[in-house]
Design a protein. Sequence first.
Length: 278
Amino acid sequence: MSSFDLENLFGVQGKNVLITGGSRGVGKMIATGFVRAGAQVYISARSVQDCLGTAEELNKLGPGKCIPVPANIQKVAEVERLVTELEKNEKILHVLVNNAGAAWGEDIDSYSDDGFSKLMALNVQRVFTVTQKCLPLLRAAAEQGGKDESTGVYRDPARIINIGSVEGLGVPNHETYAYSASKAALHHLSRHLAGRLGPEGITSNTIACGPFESKMMAHTLSVLGDAIRAGIPLNRIGTPEDIAGTAIYLASRAGSFVNGATIALDGGMLVHMPSVKL
């Protein structure tokens, strides 16, 4: 039995990380955690200003580094440009966090066909595209981590972390048809990737997020915040430490045997039991 290296069990220092949609919201929370843990973090988003501003902010925190690479990954050409820019600086990518996504809510009778298509493309198809284009860098990271040739075991797998949603696990009580369907599809895509890429030393897992304080959730929380918290057994919404800690766990030695998992990070929202008098 191997001895425990507790000091480095959750360490990600020196790892190269790419986070799509990393300039704000949950993506920025994850980026902050990795930078504070000493990783070199590349963030991408459509807004050049947001990317540059977040990178400047996080570089003041350290001890890791944040490098902005703005890109609109809705376009395949932009995905290719993003990965090309990354390859100019790095030969390996230890961690890919597929976080970029969008939401859409509308009455079922008028739900936009264009909106549905946009969400399925960005929330599912582009996750596959980004992952596909990053595979050479992820494979190189797995090889650098070392492989036991006698057993075929990779000592430090590369990691794919997909940001899903509890709406892809349970039926939501509001009309976000494309969003919930796209997140359910993402969860299954992640499992498919796990089975295919695991033997190459690349794990794939999903964090299915409940409510977090973000621009996407801002209006909902302002209107329904109290009701949402009342429906969570822990009586609160997620914090930056919650999502960053979970992502760092999956990227560290502690999470290296986790593959094909979907972790519900929701404070128990999915298992909420309404109070009843017996």
